[in-house]
Design a protein around this ligand. Structure first.
Ligand code: ADP
Ligand code: MG
Length: 699
């Protein structure tokens, strides 16, 4: 790329964002300062300040051609929501001016009745509130000023994914600062969790996509025989990017950069037609907002290139599905990454304290992390030898493993040039950052200065994962701080605490192959939960021990958790229901007629050939096979229809979800098996949909 081009990006980067630089340039000094206090230290926003900010924001947006504003929020649907209001305000004489008040900036009142609430809000209680999140920048998109907001019901219950995320960040900050003080840090006043989500996706040709109802209605293929070639040659991963895809990626990067999103890495993934985009990390709530925008733009821009972007976790059977790696760390506002082992013994000891808190948290609250990655789509991946198993464990690498063992056993560990260290709190080994040792099969892997949570599905919001992580870690840090603050001999107390923690919670550490069958058995021996599907884990969300920590840190109330459980389970049932109905439709209207037509052609051919005295045994054999398969498809469809109807007899979200999993989903698999077999014996001309080969290799 030429020097000019690079400068070009630097100039337009963030041009559609009302960011700190723009605020500094456009706001009076005192207003700017006050807003920064709110952003960086959580000081409540002064209404007068909001008034000035609103006016400056509006002027800036109007100059950039915006006519509307919208409170942009993240309801429990997992996608974002927006309602647009124009800035116009009549001034008589049939004229208008563009206006936007502090009140309008800070608070909106959308009708909330059609968003999922899991029974939290009676339908007559239609009002909801959106409240500005001043820590996430407003931006312009499609002629509107977008204001990132939190969303709650009229009575104050949380209805979105942003509010609990912000609360969990607060919780972990408060507890981490307590621990830092014990290590003599007097300067850090806040700690933020940081996230860099790596996003996987598929691209398929729009013309082919349009011929498949399953892709249109469900985002994944419900039928489809394997193509002769899949991902076995491993020639796609990091492979040369096709021109059409490269053009798409280029436009995507440009649009993301304009929105201030730090898109950094792009490459081809393992499966054919699969790709990945990773941004540079930012604070969790901004990363969550940016990931939502990234997914939205991925889809929109694909259409401009005659492509469709599939974010589903498992668009194709037989090749890898898509995940999202949530790289997570904690840093202080005085610039220290708390998951960086550091160079000095003191830094090492502090690092080990945070590490042990994380180990304990992941062990005690594994089901919460599993829940964060649960959806009908992601059930296809977890435990299917392409993504981590459904068992939550941690990888820490060999070097850290040795350190942990030495702490547990009062042993020594070799460091660098063969020097042995007796592990005491003041004397920890100067370990080298472990960046080379990678374990791709672990759900939660330490990667040198951060943890990578790998269970998340590609279509999921990253909010839930980070709400869980932050709350769990806040809980353990608060326990540690309670113990250590009371200690007379800090060094001894710390050493005892770490030793005890490792002894009791090392079962969650596993550095081996997470895809192996042996691990499933070993994990069972260790007592680690193996929550295979969404319906197995989601009901645990409302278990007493989980409710207790969310209430302790004011992230969720019990009723908010119960409502979320309800929403997740209902959503699961709805997704499977739509998939089942789509399969029935495709089987009845497309697949069976195609099979019958082919069978008829063969039968006619048999008659013609027989009357001409020509051998028709091949046609006869094939006609029998096709007829047999069509009959099987017909009866499997009938079974599925029955099962879908049977869902009406279940009561409650959990029972319904379990019914869909155990009865409907398995009937879908049986139908697919026979239909896919028919596809393999039908000529391509006869088959009603584009094949896997077309979809995966014709971009
Ligand atoms: P990998 O070897 O897994 O590709 P990278 O260093 O490229 O590792 O990072 C992958 C992702 O992790 C990127 O999105 C990156 O921004 C993010 N990341 C790096 N450091 C941190 C951190 N301290 N906190 C959160 N995410 C981080
Ligand atoms: Mg990756």
């Amino acid at each position: 790329m030429s020097e000019e081009k690079i400068q070009g990006v630097a100039e337009y980067f963030g041009c559609n964002v009302f960011n700190e630089e723009t605020m500094r340039a456009r706001l009076p000094k005192n207003v700017f300062k006050s807003l920064m206090k709110t952003r960086k230290m959580g000081v409540p926003l002064d209404p007068d300040v909001a008034e000035v900010v609103a006016s400056a924001m509006k002027d800036w947006a109007v100059e950039k051609g915006a006519t509307h504003y919208t409170h942009w929020f993240q309801p429990m649907t997992g996608v974002t929501a927006e309602k647009h209001d124009s800035f116009i305000s009549p001034v008589g004489d049939g004229k208008v001016i563009m206006e936007f008040s502090g009140k309008e900036l800070v608070k909106g009142e959308p009708d909330a009745s059609s968003f999922p609430s899991g029974g939290l809000r009676a339908t007559f209680e239609a009002r909801g509130y959106t409240a500005w999140d001043p820590t996430s920048d407003a931006f312009i998109k499609d002629g509107s000023l977008y204001i990132p907001t939190a969303f709650c019901s009229y009575t104050g219950e949380v209805l979105d994914k942003k509010t609990p995320l912000l609360r969990s960040m607060e919780a972990v900050s408060e507890q981490a600062v307590r621990v830092l003080r014990l290590f003599g840090n007097t300067t850090a006043t806040r700690v933020t969790t940081t996230v860099g989500p790596e996003q996987e996706y598929f691209l398929v040709d729009k013309k082919l996509y349009d011929q498949r109802k399953d892709l249109i209605f469900t985002g994944r293929t419900l039928f489809g025989a394997k193509s002769p070639k899949g991902q076995e040659l491993e020639d796609h991963y990091f492979g040369n990017i096709k021109t059409r895809v490269a053009e798409y990626m280029k436009e995507l990067d440009t649009e993301l950069w304009k929105l201030g999103i730090l898109a950094k890495t792009k490459h081809n993934e393992v499966a054919p037609a699969q790709h990945e985009l990773a941004p540079i990390f930012s604070t969790s709530n901004i990363a969550a907002d940016h990931n939502q925008l990234t997914m939205e733009l991925m889809k929109k821009i694909a259409l401009k290139h005659g492509l469709v972007c599939l974010l589903h976790e498992k668009p194709f059977a037989g090749v890898n599905g898509s995940g999202k790696h949530n790289n997570w760390s904690i840093s202080t506002n005085d610039g220290q990454n708390l998951l960086d082992p550091g160079d000095t013994p003191a830094e090492n000891a502090q690092f080990l304290t945070f590490l042990c808190a994380i180990i304990k948290g992941v062990h005690e609250y594994a089901p919460l992390l599993r829940i964060a990655a649960s959806s009908a789509g992601n059930d296809h991946r977890l435990g299917a030898n392409e993504a981590p198993p459904a068992i939550v464990s941690m990888f820490i690498g060999d070097e850290l493993q040795k350190v942990i063992e030495a702490i547990e056993n009062d042993g020594t560990v070799e460091s660098g040039a063969g020097t042995k260290f007796q592990l005491g709190v003041g004397i920890l080994p100067n370990f080298i950052k472990d960046t080379t040792d990678r374990n791709r099969t672990s759900p939660f892997a330490f990667t040198g200065n951060k943890f990578e949570f790998r269970m998340l599905g590609s279509a999921d919001s990253i909010s839930c994962t980070n709400i869980m992580l932050n709350t769990i870690v806040a809980k353990e840090l608060s326990e540690f701080a309670d113990i250590l603050e009371k200690a007379d001999d800090f060094d001894k107390a710390l050493k005892d605490l770490l030793k005890k923690t490792i002894k009791e919670h090392k079962a969650v550490i596993f550095n081996g192959n997470g895809y192996s069958a042996e691990w499933v058995e070993e994990a069972a021996r260790r007592g680690l939960p193996n929550l295979v599907s969404t319906v197995d884990c989601v009901p645990l969300f409302a278990a007493d021990e989980n409710v207790a920590i969310f209430e302790q840190f004011k992230v969720y109330t019990r009723s908010e958790i119960e409502s979320r459980t309800e929403v997740l389970l209902e959503n699961y049932g709805k997704v499977i229901n739509i998939e089942a109905l789509t399969m029935i439709d495709m089987a009845r209207k497309d697949i069976i007629p195609a099979g019958l037509e082919f069978a008829k052609f063969l039968a006619e051919s048999v008659v013609t050939k027989n009357s001409a005295g020509i051998d028709s045994s091949v046609e006869k054999k094939l006609a029998d096979k096709v007829s047999g398969l069509v009959a099987s498809i017909d009866s499997a469809t009938a079974v599925l229809e029955d099962k879908v109807l049977g869902a009406k007899n279940t009561e409650g979200a959990e029972a319904t979800a379990k019914y869909f999993r155990n009865e409907v989903f398995s009937a879908m698999q049986s139908l697919r098996a026979v239909a896919d077999e028919l596809e393999t014996v039908c000529p391509e001309k006869v088959w009603p949909f584009p094949t896997y080969g077309d979809l995966l290799f014709r971009v």
